[in-house]
Write a protein that binds this ligand. Structure first.
Ligand code: SAM
Length: 281
């Protein structure tokens, strides 16, 4: 029996179901249930909320989310070997855990969950950034989720919370900071995982803002930011030449020096630039 529920310790679950971790699926498991319960608490109050979990593996975080009172958890796992272990958890929490054996990039959580919805995951590193970008760029804002509590490689976590002027500042920071409040809430060394990855990890908590921090058309903002950071060492007047022939005027209208580089420009100024370009079209 473990400390947080009446289910067996995760090492026994892994041995019973022969879940030798697979590198190709980014399997670095968290086996300390006190730690997974702590991560579940970082997701905030889960009572009355449905939770989407991507990549539950043997179910350490899943158990934390259920023990912390999530109304329902949808756990989407690509590895079929994990399904019997997850079925054991579903039996211990009747009607509260739904499992889907599939690729999280192809599953629509709204077919299973009802708002309010939070997302919590120790993400597979190979698809983590792609999932985050999708969750940050839904067709409408506010999105279907209230908050994201996600484990990343520390280097990716730093890119999400980066400030202007730093090397880590770029598209991911602007995308995240435009419509959410991202914070690093926990750092974990490699030894916290089985097997230990080569890098440090961090949990990022992102709360969806009710509306974007500054007004801007999402498609124009995305185009400007992508072009600016694709050539991050160039002055903006050359990096953004393809965006508009009158780019210097738009930069000046947004209060940005045309000779500046993308890395120095604040989110607010990028949004002003997107608005100036929108007016011209
Ligand atoms: N949540 C577990 C934990 O904390 O111990 C496992 C985390 S492990 C880093 C990532 C998990 O995501 C693995 O179980 C892996 O099989 C699964 N996975 C990898 N790619 C996936 C995908 N595209 N969709 C759903 N699950 C995926």
């Amino acid at each position: 029996m473990s400390g947080i529920d009446n289910l067996p310790p995760l090492r026994d679950v892994i041995a019973a179901h022969d879940l030798a971790p697979k590198k190709s699926l980014g399997q670095n498991f968290l086996l300390d249930l006190n730690l997974t319960a702590k991560i579940a608490r970082l997701a905030g109050d889960l009572t009355g909320c449905d939770v989407l979990e991507v990549g539950p593996g043997p179910g350490g975080l899943t158990r934390g989310l259920l023990a912390e009172g999530a109304r329902r958890v949808l756990a989407v796992e690509k590895d079929p070997r994990c399904m019997p272990a997850l079925a054991g958890i579903a039996a211990a929490y009747p009607d509260r855990l739904q499992t889907v054996n599939g690729d999280a990039l192809e599953v629509n959580p709204l077919e299973y969950l009802t708002p309010p919805i939070k997302i919590a995951a120790n993400l597979p590193y190979n698809v983590g950034t792609e999932l985050l970008v999708r969750w940050l760029t839904p067709p409408e804002w506010p999105p279907f989720w209230e908050s994201l509590t996600l484990m990343f490689q520390r280097e990716v976590a730093l890119r999400i919370v980066a400030a202007p002027g730093s090397k880590a500042y770029g598209r991911l920071a602007l995308l995240a900071q435009w419509r959410t409040d991202p914070r690093i809430v926990m750092e974990l060394p490699p030894e916290a995982f089985t097997p230990p990855p080569k890098v440090n990890s961090a949990v990022v908590h992102l709360t969806a803002l009710p509306a974007p921090r500054y007004p801007a058309d999402p498609a124009i903002l995305n185009k400007v930011v992508a072009a600016a950071f694709n050539q991050r060492r160039k002055m903006l007047r050359s990096a953004l030449k393809s965006v508009s022939p009158a780019i210097e005027d738009h930069l000046v209208a947004a209060g940005i020096k045309p000779t500046e580089r993308a890395e120095q420009v604040h989110l607010e100024a990028f949004c002003a630039l997107a608005r100036s370009l929108a007016q011209a079209t």
